[in-house]
Design a protein around this ligand. Structure first.
Ligand SMILES: NC(=O)C1=CN([C@@H]2O[C@H](COP(=O)(O)OP(=O)(O)OC[C@H]3O[C@@H](n4cnc5c(N)ncnc54)[C@H](OP(=O)(O)O)[C@@H]3O)[C@@H](O)[C@H]2O)C=CC1
Ligand SMILES: O=CC(=O)O
Length: 319
Protein backbone atom coordinates (compact mmCIF):
# COMPACT_ATOMS: atom_id res chain seq x y z
CA UNK A 1 0.00 0.00 0.00
CA UNK A 2 1.33 3.47 -0.95
CA UNK A 3 0.75 6.29 1.51
CA UNK A 4 0.81 9.99 0.62
CA UNK A 5 1.79 12.39 3.41
CA UNK A 6 1.20 15.84 1.90
CA UNK A 7 3.02 17.92 4.54
CA UNK A 8 6.39 17.73 6.27
CA UNK A 9 5.29 16.07 9.53
CA UNK A 10 7.66 14.42 12.06
CA UNK A 11 8.98 11.00 11.06
CA UNK A 12 7.80 9.22 14.23
CA UNK A 13 4.74 7.84 12.45
CA UNK A 14 6.37 7.59 9.02
CA UNK A 15 8.97 5.22 10.50
CA UNK A 16 6.20 3.00 11.85
CA UNK A 17 4.55 2.87 8.42
CA UNK A 18 7.84 1.96 6.78
CA UNK A 19 8.54 -0.72 9.38
CA UNK A 20 5.31 -2.39 8.29
CA UNK A 21 6.58 -2.44 4.70
CA UNK A 22 4.31 0.39 3.55
CA UNK A 23 5.64 2.77 0.91
CA UNK A 24 5.51 6.42 1.97
CA UNK A 25 5.79 9.58 -0.12
CA UNK A 26 6.25 12.58 2.17
CA UNK A 27 6.04 16.15 0.89
CA UNK A 28 9.13 17.76 2.37
CA UNK A 29 8.72 21.36 1.23
CA UNK A 30 7.72 24.03 3.75
CA UNK A 31 4.81 25.30 1.64
CA UNK A 32 1.85 22.90 1.35
CA UNK A 33 1.04 21.19 -1.95
CA UNK A 34 -1.11 23.09 -4.40
CA UNK A 35 -4.58 21.69 -4.98
CA UNK A 36 -3.43 20.50 -8.41
CA UNK A 37 -0.36 18.72 -6.98
CA UNK A 38 -2.47 17.09 -4.26
CA UNK A 39 -4.97 15.72 -6.80
CA UNK A 40 -2.17 14.40 -8.99
CA UNK A 41 -0.28 12.79 -6.12
CA UNK A 42 -3.39 11.32 -4.43
CA UNK A 43 -4.27 9.61 -7.71
CA UNK A 44 -1.05 7.61 -7.44
CA UNK A 45 -1.45 6.51 -3.80
CA UNK A 46 -3.72 4.15 -1.86
CA UNK A 47 -4.05 6.11 1.36
CA UNK A 48 -3.67 9.64 2.64
CA UNK A 49 -2.14 10.66 5.96
CA UNK A 50 -3.64 14.09 5.68
CA UNK A 51 -3.44 17.39 7.51
CA UNK A 52 -6.23 19.84 8.29
CA UNK A 53 -5.05 22.55 5.88
CA UNK A 54 -6.24 20.50 2.88
CA UNK A 55 -9.91 20.77 1.90
CA UNK A 56 -10.91 17.15 1.30
CA UNK A 57 -14.37 17.99 -0.02
CA UNK A 58 -16.80 15.93 -2.09
CA UNK A 59 -15.02 16.98 -5.30
CA UNK A 60 -11.67 15.69 -4.00
CA UNK A 61 -13.16 12.49 -2.62
CA UNK A 62 -15.11 11.76 -5.82
CA UNK A 63 -11.92 12.23 -7.80
CA UNK A 64 -10.08 9.90 -5.40
CA UNK A 65 -12.60 7.13 -4.75
CA UNK A 66 -9.75 4.66 -4.87
CA UNK A 67 -8.34 5.85 -1.52
CA UNK A 68 -8.58 3.02 1.00
CA UNK A 69 -8.30 5.21 4.11
CA UNK A 70 -7.72 8.85 5.06
CA UNK A 71 -6.04 9.35 8.43
CA UNK A 72 -5.93 12.90 9.69
CA UNK A 73 -2.86 14.32 11.43
CA UNK A 74 -5.16 16.34 13.76
CA UNK A 75 -8.04 16.01 16.20
CA UNK A 76 -10.38 18.17 14.11
CA UNK A 77 -11.64 16.86 10.79
CA UNK A 78 -13.93 19.66 9.65
CA UNK A 79 -11.83 19.92 6.45
CA UNK A 80 -13.14 16.51 5.34
CA UNK A 81 -16.59 15.91 3.88
CA UNK A 82 -17.41 12.97 6.16
CA UNK A 83 -20.80 12.33 4.53
CA UNK A 84 -19.24 12.07 1.06
CA UNK A 85 -16.47 9.82 2.42
CA UNK A 86 -19.05 7.53 4.01
CA UNK A 87 -21.06 7.39 0.78
CA UNK A 88 -17.89 6.44 -1.10
CA UNK A 89 -16.87 3.90 1.55
CA UNK A 90 -13.61 5.65 2.43
CA UNK A 91 -12.88 5.23 6.16
CA UNK A 92 -11.76 8.40 7.93
CA UNK A 93 -9.66 8.44 11.09
CA UNK A 94 -8.04 11.12 13.22
CA UNK A 95 -5.48 11.55 16.00
CA UNK A 96 -7.34 12.75 19.10
CA UNK A 97 -5.66 13.02 22.48
CA UNK A 98 -2.20 13.37 20.99
CA UNK A 99 -2.33 17.14 21.53
CA UNK A 100 -4.82 17.45 24.40
CA UNK A 101 -2.36 18.83 26.98
CA UNK A 102 -0.62 21.09 24.48
CA UNK A 103 -3.90 22.67 23.35
CA UNK A 104 -5.30 23.01 26.87
CA UNK A 105 -2.06 24.81 27.77
CA UNK A 106 -2.52 27.31 24.96
CA UNK A 107 -6.12 28.00 26.01
CA UNK A 108 -5.00 28.55 29.61
CA UNK A 109 -2.06 30.69 28.48
CA UNK A 110 -4.44 32.84 26.44
CA UNK A 111 -6.64 33.42 29.50
CA UNK A 112 -3.61 34.65 31.45
CA UNK A 113 -2.26 36.70 28.55
CA UNK A 114 -5.59 38.46 28.05
CA UNK A 115 -6.28 39.00 31.74
CA UNK A 116 -2.93 40.86 32.11
CA UNK A 117 -2.84 42.40 28.60
CA UNK A 118 0.51 40.67 28.03
CA UNK A 119 0.69 40.75 24.25
CA UNK A 120 -0.22 44.42 24.14
CA UNK A 121 2.22 45.37 26.93
CA UNK A 122 5.00 43.40 25.24
CA UNK A 123 4.46 45.50 22.12
CA UNK A 124 4.77 48.77 24.12
CA UNK A 125 8.37 47.85 25.01
CA UNK A 126 9.18 47.02 21.39
CA UNK A 127 7.76 50.44 20.44
CA UNK A 128 9.99 52.13 23.09
CA UNK A 129 6.97 53.27 25.10
CA UNK A 130 8.11 51.96 28.53
CA UNK A 131 8.96 55.16 30.38
CA UNK A 132 7.87 55.35 34.02
CA UNK A 133 5.63 53.67 36.63
CA UNK A 134 1.97 54.47 35.97
CA UNK A 135 -0.07 53.10 38.89
CA UNK A 136 -3.41 53.18 37.11
CA UNK A 137 -2.51 52.41 33.54
CA UNK A 138 -3.28 49.17 31.66
CA UNK A 139 -4.62 47.26 34.65
CA UNK A 140 -5.61 43.65 34.24
CA UNK A 141 -8.01 41.43 36.15
CA UNK A 142 -7.32 38.54 38.53
CA UNK A 143 -8.55 35.01 37.99
CA UNK A 144 -8.82 33.55 41.50
CA UNK A 145 -12.24 32.01 42.28
CA UNK A 146 -13.74 33.18 38.98
CA UNK A 147 -16.28 31.10 37.03
CA UNK A 148 -15.06 29.39 33.86
CA UNK A 149 -17.56 28.22 31.25
CA UNK A 150 -16.39 25.51 28.86
CA UNK A 151 -18.29 25.15 25.59
CA UNK A 152 -17.49 21.56 24.54
CA UNK A 153 -16.12 19.80 27.59
CA UNK A 154 -14.45 16.84 25.88
CA UNK A 155 -10.79 15.87 25.99
CA UNK A 156 -9.24 19.33 25.62
CA UNK A 157 -12.05 21.11 27.46
CA UNK A 158 -11.55 18.84 30.47
CA UNK A 159 -7.79 19.42 30.59
CA UNK A 160 -8.38 23.17 30.31
CA UNK A 161 -10.96 23.07 33.13
CA UNK A 162 -8.49 21.10 35.29
CA UNK A 163 -5.95 23.90 34.86
CA UNK A 164 -8.52 26.57 35.77
CA UNK A 165 -9.71 24.71 38.84
CA UNK A 166 -6.24 23.61 39.96
CA UNK A 167 -4.52 26.97 39.55
CA UNK A 168 -7.29 29.37 40.56
CA UNK A 169 -10.03 27.36 42.26
CA UNK A 170 -12.44 28.37 39.53
CA UNK A 171 -16.01 27.15 39.49
CA UNK A 172 -16.52 25.11 36.32
CA UNK A 173 -19.66 25.34 34.16
CA UNK A 174 -19.98 23.51 30.88
CA UNK A 175 -22.30 23.17 27.94
CA UNK A 176 -22.33 19.88 25.98
CA UNK A 177 -25.07 17.78 24.48
CA UNK A 178 -24.13 14.86 26.75
CA UNK A 179 -23.13 14.80 30.41
CA UNK A 180 -19.44 14.61 31.30
CA UNK A 181 -19.57 12.49 34.47
CA UNK A 182 -15.78 12.54 34.94
CA UNK A 183 -15.74 16.36 35.04
CA UNK A 184 -18.77 16.50 37.32
CA UNK A 185 -17.17 14.10 39.83
CA UNK A 186 -13.61 15.37 39.69
CA UNK A 187 -14.17 19.12 39.27
CA UNK A 188 -17.76 19.49 40.50
CA UNK A 189 -18.44 20.85 37.01
CA UNK A 190 -22.06 21.85 36.42
CA UNK A 191 -23.80 21.29 33.11
CA UNK A 192 -25.77 24.37 32.10
CA UNK A 193 -27.68 25.68 29.08
CA UNK A 194 -25.82 27.78 26.52
CA UNK A 195 -27.68 30.83 27.79
CA UNK A 196 -26.62 30.22 31.40
CA UNK A 197 -23.03 29.57 30.30
CA UNK A 198 -23.01 32.97 28.58
CA UNK A 199 -24.64 34.85 31.44
CA UNK A 200 -22.78 33.29 34.38
CA UNK A 201 -19.18 32.80 33.19
CA UNK A 202 -16.27 35.17 33.73
CA UNK A 203 -14.23 33.23 31.19
CA UNK A 204 -15.75 31.27 28.31
CA UNK A 205 -13.57 28.87 26.36
CA UNK A 206 -14.67 27.04 23.20
CA UNK A 207 -13.45 23.46 22.81
CA UNK A 208 -16.07 21.90 20.52
CA UNK A 209 -15.62 20.50 17.03
CA UNK A 210 -16.70 22.78 14.17
CA UNK A 211 -20.02 21.44 12.88
CA UNK A 212 -23.14 23.05 11.38
CA UNK A 213 -24.45 23.25 14.98
CA UNK A 214 -21.40 25.05 16.37
CA UNK A 215 -20.62 27.31 13.39
CA UNK A 216 -20.91 30.97 14.53
CA UNK A 217 -22.26 29.83 17.89
CA UNK A 218 -20.53 32.86 19.39
CA UNK A 219 -22.19 35.67 17.45
CA UNK A 220 -23.49 39.16 18.28
CA UNK A 221 -26.43 37.72 20.25
CA UNK A 222 -24.14 35.49 22.32
CA UNK A 223 -21.62 38.25 23.07
CA UNK A 224 -24.46 40.57 24.20
CA UNK A 225 -25.50 37.99 26.80
CA UNK A 226 -21.97 37.66 28.23
CA UNK A 227 -20.74 39.72 31.18
CA UNK A 228 -19.04 42.97 30.16
CA UNK A 229 -16.10 41.76 32.28
CA UNK A 230 -15.88 38.40 30.47
CA UNK A 231 -12.98 36.94 28.53
CA UNK A 232 -13.76 34.82 25.44
CA UNK A 233 -11.23 32.19 24.38
CA UNK A 234 -11.32 30.07 21.24
CA UNK A 235 -8.81 27.31 20.53
CA UNK A 236 -11.35 25.13 18.67
CA UNK A 237 -11.93 26.51 15.18
CA UNK A 238 -12.19 30.10 13.97
CA UNK A 239 -15.68 29.66 12.58
CA UNK A 240 -17.05 28.77 16.02
CA UNK A 241 -17.12 32.56 16.55
CA UNK A 242 -18.30 35.21 14.14
CA UNK A 243 -15.19 37.34 13.87
CA UNK A 244 -16.92 40.59 12.79
CA UNK A 245 -19.32 40.22 15.73
CA UNK A 246 -16.41 39.52 18.10
CA UNK A 247 -14.59 42.66 16.96
CA UNK A 248 -17.78 44.72 17.42
CA UNK A 249 -18.42 43.23 20.89
CA UNK A 250 -14.89 44.14 21.98
CA UNK A 251 -15.08 47.63 20.48
CA UNK A 252 -18.41 48.28 22.19
CA UNK A 253 -17.22 46.89 25.54
CA UNK A 254 -19.84 44.12 25.53
CA UNK A 255 -17.08 41.74 26.61
CA UNK A 256 -13.75 42.57 28.27
CA UNK A 257 -11.25 40.62 26.20
CA UNK A 258 -10.52 37.71 23.87
CA UNK A 259 -7.82 35.10 23.38
CA UNK A 260 -7.74 33.30 20.06
CA UNK A 261 -5.58 30.48 18.75
CA UNK A 262 -7.94 30.07 15.80
CA UNK A 263 -9.31 32.80 13.56
CA UNK A 264 -11.59 33.22 10.59
CA UNK A 265 -10.00 33.34 8.11
CA UNK A 266 -6.67 31.70 8.75
CA UNK A 267 -4.10 33.04 8.35
CA UNK A 268 -5.28 36.28 10.00
CA UNK A 269 -4.27 39.42 8.09
CA UNK A 270 -1.70 41.69 9.78
CA UNK A 271 -4.11 44.66 9.69
CA UNK A 272 -6.87 42.83 11.63
CA UNK A 273 -8.16 45.24 14.32
CA UNK A 274 -7.96 42.46 16.92
CA UNK A 275 -4.18 42.61 16.77
CA UNK A 276 -4.04 46.17 18.06
CA UNK A 277 -6.58 45.75 20.87
CA UNK A 278 -5.23 46.00 24.40
CA UNK A 279 -7.29 43.14 25.76
CA UNK A 280 -6.75 40.66 22.95
CA UNK A 281 -4.13 37.93 22.47
CA UNK A 282 -3.92 35.99 19.23
CA UNK A 283 -1.67 33.04 18.42
CA UNK A 284 -1.38 31.50 14.93
CA UNK A 285 -3.10 28.12 15.50
CA UNK A 286 -0.30 26.67 17.63
CA UNK A 287 -2.43 24.56 19.99
CA UNK A 288 -0.59 21.36 19.11
CA UNK A 289 2.76 22.98 18.37
CA UNK A 290 4.98 21.11 20.84
CA UNK A 291 7.60 18.51 19.99
CA UNK A 292 5.72 15.96 22.08
CA UNK A 293 2.31 16.57 20.54
CA UNK A 294 3.45 16.76 16.92
CA UNK A 295 5.44 13.52 17.27
CA UNK A 296 2.50 11.79 18.92
CA UNK A 297 0.09 13.05 16.24
CA UNK A 298 2.30 11.44 13.61
CA UNK A 299 2.28 8.13 15.52
CA UNK A 300 -1.51 8.14 16.09
CA UNK A 301 -2.26 8.99 12.46
CA UNK A 302 0.09 6.23 11.30
CA UNK A 303 -1.45 3.66 13.66
CA UNK A 304 -4.83 4.11 11.97
CA UNK A 305 -3.34 3.22 8.60
CA UNK A 306 -1.35 0.30 9.97
CA UNK A 307 -4.42 -1.15 11.69
CA UNK A 308 -6.44 -0.82 8.49
CA UNK A 309 -3.62 -2.45 6.49
CA UNK A 310 -3.51 -5.39 8.90
CA UNK A 311 -7.29 -5.79 8.92
CA UNK A 312 -7.49 -4.75 12.58
CA UNK A 313 -9.97 -2.25 14.10
CA UNK A 314 -8.89 1.35 13.39
CA UNK A 315 -7.89 2.93 16.75
CA UNK A 316 -9.37 6.38 16.10
CA UNK A 317 -12.19 6.10 13.55
CA UNK A 318 -14.35 9.12 12.76
CA UNK A 319 -17.99 8.22 12.45
N1 LIG B 1 -5.99 24.95 18.35
C1 LIG B 1 -5.50 23.77 18.02
O1 LIG B 1 -4.36 23.64 17.58
C2 LIG B 1 -6.34 22.56 18.20
C3 LIG B 1 -7.70 22.63 18.06
N2 LIG B 1 -8.46 21.51 18.23
C4 LIG B 1 -9.92 21.64 18.12
O2 LIG B 1 -10.48 21.24 19.35
C5 LIG B 1 -11.63 20.47 19.10
C6 LIG B 1 -11.95 19.60 20.29
O3 LIG B 1 -11.01 18.57 20.43
P1 LIG B 1 -11.23 17.42 21.52
O4 LIG B 1 -11.40 17.99 22.87
O5 LIG B 1 -10.16 16.42 21.30
O6 LIG B 1 -12.63 16.84 21.03
P2 LIG B 1 -13.73 16.07 21.90
O7 LIG B 1 -14.59 15.38 20.89
O8 LIG B 1 -13.10 15.26 22.95
O9 LIG B 1 -14.55 17.24 22.59
C7 LIG B 1 -15.46 18.05 21.90
C8 LIG B 1 -16.57 18.38 22.85
O10 LIG B 1 -17.48 19.27 22.20
C9 LIG B 1 -18.81 18.90 22.57
N3 LIG B 1 -19.75 19.34 21.52
C10 LIG B 1 -19.79 18.93 20.24
N4 LIG B 1 -20.82 19.52 19.61
C11 LIG B 1 -21.42 20.31 20.51
C12 LIG B 1 -22.54 21.17 20.47
N5 LIG B 1 -23.26 21.30 19.36
N6 LIG B 1 -22.89 21.83 21.60
C13 LIG B 1 -22.18 21.67 22.72
N7 LIG B 1 -21.09 20.86 22.82
C14 LIG B 1 -20.73 20.19 21.73
C15 LIG B 1 -18.77 17.40 22.71
O11 LIG B 1 -19.73 16.92 23.64
P3 LIG B 1 -21.16 16.40 23.17
O12 LIG B 1 -20.92 15.48 22.03
O13 LIG B 1 -21.72 15.76 24.40
O14 LIG B 1 -21.93 17.62 22.78
C16 LIG B 1 -17.38 17.17 23.30
O15 LIG B 1 -17.44 17.17 24.69
C17 LIG B 1 -11.28 19.73 17.81
O16 LIG B 1 -12.46 19.31 17.12
C18 LIG B 1 -10.50 20.75 17.04
O17 LIG B 1 -11.36 21.52 16.22
C19 LIG B 1 -7.90 20.30 18.53
C20 LIG B 1 -6.56 20.18 18.67
C21 LIG B 1 -5.65 21.28 18.50
O1 LIG C 1 -6.22 22.11 15.06
C1 LIG C 1 -5.65 21.08 15.25
C2 LIG C 1 -6.28 19.82 15.42
O2 LIG C 1 -5.58 18.85 15.77
O3 LIG C 1 -7.50 19.72 15.20
Amino acid sequence: MKILVPLNIPDTGIDLLKKEGLKVTKWTKDLPMTKEDLYKAAAQHDALLSTSNYELDAEFLNANKHLKIISQYAAGYDNIDIVAAKRLGIPIANAPNSMTDATADIAFALVLAVSRKMFYMHKTIAKDEWRHFRPQAHLGIELKNKTVGVFGLGRIGLEFARRCKGAYGMKVLYCNRSTNKEAEEELQAQKVSFNDLLEQSDIISAHCALTPDTKHKFDAGAFKKMKSSAIFVNTARGQVHNEADLIAALEQGEIWGAGLDVTDPEPMKADNPLLSMEQVAVTPHIGSATLEARRQMSVFAARNIIAFYKGEPIPYPVS
